[in-house]
Ligand binder design. Structure first.
Ligand SMILES: C[S@@+](CC[C@H](N)C(=O)[O-])C[C@H]1O[C@@H](n2cnc3c(N)ncnc32)[C@H](O)[C@@H]1O
Length: 284
């Protein structure tokens, strides 16, 4: 990993470390239904050994633990220690003894080859410095009959895009604007090529949409601050916060619903892939 890539990765993790206590805990339906659908698409069966990379607060981990049951085992890894601590506490609180959560890098998880029946990566691969290399490692960590299930963003709600632009206009002059980078998960063709380069054969790519409701723009800003959106918000100077919120509110006008709240719909793609060596058996 180069210095720049390392710095980028650490900055992403720092944001999630700060967001951990409220991540997926602001009363908004978003990560939960996406995580449950990822587990459903991966077809996790009782008794399986599962790795959840970038587990956050367990939106994927807990449905996976339900699916394996106590005869299986689910390991969650995350590079943000607060995510790991809080998720491990949640697992203990509900008495899950077949779940463990630890600090480890999703770029290169530290496990012996062929350790897992399934590897799950919910909304995380695009945050990694070198996603292709990570996918290659996942292919090695899977048993020949194993599968990888990855979720990535598809279309964003136009109102969301407009609100992000409204917020970005309040960044200090010297703060770099969010710029679209080459995206190895941009569409189905790119995803299939990215997986192929990593030694994985795609068996399905499906879109899944979730509607999220917010009481008002204040609730939306609270939610934004509880996940990756914090990377943008934290650079808006405090004295500009009210004006930025008012501009975001205007930009979200098309998302307004009759009760005065806001409704945004997000689409993700769920890709399921198998190691090339196991693909022939899968096709039979
Ligand atoms: C958008 S969240 C997704 C969390 C969870 N999978 C979900 O669906 O709610 C991304 C998570 O990946 C973690 N993360 C980012 N880079 C990572 C890395 N290199 N290794 C492990 N975890 C990482 C962040 O700390 C954060 O918890």
């Amino acid at each position: 990993m180069s210095m720049t890539e390392g710095a980028r990765s650490n900055a992403a993790v720092e944001v999630f470390e700060q967001a951990a206590s409220t991540y997926d805990r602001t009363g908004v339906s978003f990560f939960g239904p996406f995580g449950a659908e990822l587990v459903r698409r991966a077809g996790i069966r009782p008794g399986e050994r599962v790795l959840d990379v970038g587990c956050g607060r367990g939106a994927v981990l807990f449905p996976a633990a339900d699916a394996t049951g106590p005869t299986g085992r689910v390991t969650g890894i995350d590079l943000a220690p607060a995510m790991v601590r809080l998720t491990a506490e949640d697992a203990r609180r509900v008495g899950l003894t077949h779940v463990d959560v630890r600090v480890d890098d999703a770029q290169q998880p530290n496990f012996p080859p062929r350790s897992f029946d399934a590897i799950l990566a919910g909304l995380v691969v695009f945050l990694l410095p070198e996603p292709q290399q990570a996918l290659r490692t996942y292919a090695r960590l899977l048993r020949p009959s194993g599968r990888l299930a990855v979720s990535t963003f598809a279309a964003q709600d136009p109102a969301f895009v407009a609100a992000m632009e409204a917020l970005a206009a309040h960044l200090p002059e010297d703060q770099p604007r969010p710029t679209p980078a080459a995206d190895p998960f941009a569409d189905q063709r790119a995803i299939t090529a990215t997986m192929a380069e990593a030694g994985l054969v795609v068996t399905a790519i499906r879109e899944h949409r979730v509607e999220s409701r917010f009481r008002d723009v204040g609730h939306w800003m609270e939610w934004m601050s509880s996940h990756g959106g914090r990377a943008l918000l934290r650079h808006i100077p405090p004295e500009r916060h009210d004006a930025a919120t008012a501009d975001a509110d205007r930009a979200l006008e098309s998302a307004r619903v009759p009760d005065g709240g806001l409704s945004l719909t997000t689409a993700i793609r769920i890709t399921v892939a198998v190691p090339r060596a196991g693909a022939a058996a899968f096709a039979r």
